[in-house]
Design a protein around this ligand. Structure first.
Ligand code: PA5
Length: 440
């Protein structure tokens, strides 16, 4: 197998093949809207053809910038939140070493929270270290990364000097608008552009994701190549996986399954689940509709969430990311005394045990009334991750249209910001400040 595959046989106890097929004409029409730009949110379809349109010149520029940060820094802090954070984090974790060991700089993240202790401890950790910053914000005005950048920029300038610091900072933002663009121009930072027509949660295959991933030492050419393969096969209709996934999850939703749990059996995929949650949650959760996206890491979470999934309210379905090959081999040894009673596993690979946990869980959950889809990828390698990213993006666009929402806006994200700014008395929010204070 050299590409990802989707298997839906274990949902057929809940929805029939006919229920799923009934959605095909609408799903095909949704895919056509993505390619022709005739659906809702058509201004944000830059991601649809992005992999094929990504030039070698851009990839080479990103790779060269990554090399210079790798040479100059022991730590690179990536500052960003939401779509300007999760894609890079997901791929770096999936391709990296579980212990955090690396042959290049340590990659750290900031601006993805407003934790005072987090920032204090990060600043203490960076004290005296050779560090660099990749600051990412499409709007260039998001509060969380702006706070982190103000603090770390000052620290870097103080440690390295202003001139040297400006060479250790790379900004990824809008081509023209936003405070980060003006700041980068004034300070003379190296910059990359996030195109207007690519929304944050669809931006992992732009410099937003590619630069941090390249600094972490991973093969961005292979990642983009995987996405190109999936783009081509999805758009020319030779691979129906994205359609199948979108149709099946919508058929399940219409049958009352309101919660989708993305399941992995590989701890390297934890943040892939976080990226997927943003992609689907922000795209579909609107107009009081949408499948609630949840994620678990098995077998870890079988010991905490397993009871609920097996036996709780039957409103869930699972999509299991199954990885065929591990990177390494670990065989369980024989023990002459067998005091732990584990000799029945001696000689077996750890992954064999993991695969049996996966299979046993799938059978138990299906028996317990939890429909299961399986998304199999050959290995956690850049090429297949690129395929998986594009697969989920394409299926998300199709799925959102099937649901009847605009998958490419996020009006609900603004509400907390308005209240926060009112409470913090941001200039321009005087009326909101007065109104919110009257409610306290
Ligand atoms: O997907 C989105 O649009 C959001 O989650 C953004 O990615 C997030 O709010 C960060 O925005 P920005 O990149 O403008 O700082």
């Amino acid at each position: 197998m050299d590409k990802i595959q989707v298997n839906i046989k274990d949902v057929l106890q809940t929805v029939s093949q006919a229920d799923i097929e009934a959605l095909r004409p609408e799903a095909e029409a949704s895919l056509a809207k993505l390619t022709s730009g005739t659906g809702a949110g058509a201004d944000f379809l830059g991601w649809v053809k992005l992999p094929a349109e990504t030039t070698d010149a851009l990839l080479d520029d990103i790779a060269a910038t990554a090399r210079s940060l790798r040479e100059a820094c022991d730590v690179v802090v990536c500052i960003g939140i939401g779509g300007s954070y999760l894609g890079a984090k997901a791929v770096i974790e999936a391709l990296g070493n579980s212990t955090g060991a690396t042959d290049g700089p340590q990659i750290m993240f900031a601006g993805q929270n407003i934790g005072e202790d987090y920032l204090y401890e990060l600043q203490e950790y960076l004290r005296g270290k050779r560090f660099g910053i990749i600051v990412i914000s499409k709007s260039g005005t998001t509060t969380e990364p702006a706070i982190a950048f103000r603090l770390l920029k000052a620290q870097l300038e103080q440690q390295a000097g202003r001139e040297a610091a400006s060479k250790l900072i790379v900004a990824i933002t809008d081509a023209r608008r936003g405070a980060l663009r003006s700041l980068a121009t004034t300070e003379g930072y190296k910059t990359f552009v996030i195109e207007d027509n690519v929304g944050g949660r669809f931006s992992v295959l732009t410099p937003v994701g590619l630069l941090p991933i390249a600094v972490a030492g991973h093969d961005i050419h292979a990642l983009v190549e995987g996405a190109r393969q999936c783009q081509k096969a999805t758009l020319d209709g030779t691979d129906k996986s994205a359609l199948t996934y979108a149709m099946t999850r919508n058929a399940l939703y219409r049958a009352g399954k309101k919660i989708e749990i993305l399941v992995n059996y590989n701890p390297k995929l934890h943040y892939f689940g976080e990226w997927w949650k943003q992609l689907y949650g922000e795209s579909e959760g609107k107009d009081h509709k949408g499948i609630f996206p949840a994620a678990v890491d098995n077998s870890t979470d079988l010991h905490s969430m397993g009871q609920w999934i097996q036996d709780g309210e039957r409103t869930i379905f699972e999509s299991v990311i199954s990885v065929e090959r591990t990177r390494h081999t670990v065989v369980i040894p024989t023990d002459a005394e067998n005091l732990d009673g584990l000799n029945f596993l001696a000689g077996k690979r750890v992954d064999e045990v993991n695969k049996m946990a996966e299979l046993g869980t799938r059978i138990a959950h299906v028996d317990g009334g939890v429909p299961n889809m399986q998304i199999t990828l050959p290995a956690l390698e850049a090429l297949y991750l690129g395929q998986l990213i594009y697969f989920f993006e394409a299926a998300c666009g199709i799925s959102g249209y099937l649901l009847g929402v605009n998958p490419f806006n996020q009006p609900g994200v603004e509400d907390y910001k308005r209240n926060m700014f009112a409470l913090l008395e941001k200039p321009g929010y005087e009326k909101e400040t007065e109104a919110i204070k009257a409610r306290l």
